[in-house]
Design a protein around this ligand. Structure first.
Ligand code: IYR
Length: 221
């Protein structure tokens, strides 16, 4: 029989939700994907709080099908960079369709992934295809996506910069990091302080207005 506990109260009755929601939006709206990091360390303790925040995500049947591998070692970072750049060179030279390359043009990306060595941490997000005990997981894709979103929000809230990097294919990450067979590399997130002269693509500043992303009921018309 499932046991239930009372939900501890947490809402601050003195603060209207409109105000709190707006304040959170004001924090989040300044988040940018960053590819230029400062040569400034980020403590392990910080990484641990960020990953704890990510680990609060809801997940299918609460199976928490994620692992966050925090890489700081320069030799490992170098190996990851070299392997990622090899895949990216093939992507830009052959694998990407012309339409995809056109879509990336405003972002100014290329096969150079020096940020993979420069960022003090690489957080490699793995999706568990099975539980560590061999049991089932459910909605793993959605679960890992939500957890990763929380990680990005937590990092931004802490003043730190991230990049959602998806070298493709990314099987090399499990190999280099010696991860077990039930862990599938899902995303590579460089984490650090943004470089002082960090510039971000103007196109990435544009966000769809609310009218384009929110519909009430079935919309009008
Ligand atoms: N993985 C490549 C290409 C790339 C793809 C998308 I979709 C982006 O939003 C950005 C880049 C790279 O990292 O360069």
């Amino acid at each position: 029989m499932a046991e239930f506990l009372p939900l501890p109260p947490r809402h601050d009755p003195g603060r209207p939700p409109e105000e709190a929601a707006r304040a959170f939006y004001e924090v989040m709206r300044s988040r940018r994907s960053v590819r230029a990091f400062a040569d400034r360390p980020v403590s392990r303790e910080t990484v641990e709080w960020l990953v704890r925040a990510a680990g609060t995500a809801p997940s299918g049947a609460n199976k928490q099908p994620w692992r966050f591998v925090a890489v700081q070692d320069p030799d490992l970072k170098r190996r990851i960079r070299l392997a990622a750049e090899e895949e990216e060179r093939a992507f830009y030279a052959q694998r990407a369709t012309p339409a995809w390359l056109r879509d990336l043009e405003p972002l100014g990306t290329d096969p150079d992934k020096s940020f993979l060595e420069r960022a003090p941490w690489l957080i490699v997000v793995f999706k568990l295809a099975r539980g560590d005990d061999g049991g089932n997981v459910y909605y793993a894709e959605e679960s890992v996506g939500i957890a990763t979103g929380l990680l990005l929000a937590a990092a931004h809230h802490a003043g730190l910069a991230t990049l959602t990097h998806t070298p493709s294919p990314m099987g090399f990450l499990a190999r280099i990091l010696g991860r077990p067979a039930h862990e599938r590399a899902w995303m590579l997130i460089p984490l650090g302080w943004p470089a002082e002269d960090c510039r971000v693509p103007a196109a990435a500043l544009e966000r769809k207005p609310l009218e384009q992303i929110l519909v009430y009921d079935r919309g009008e018309g």
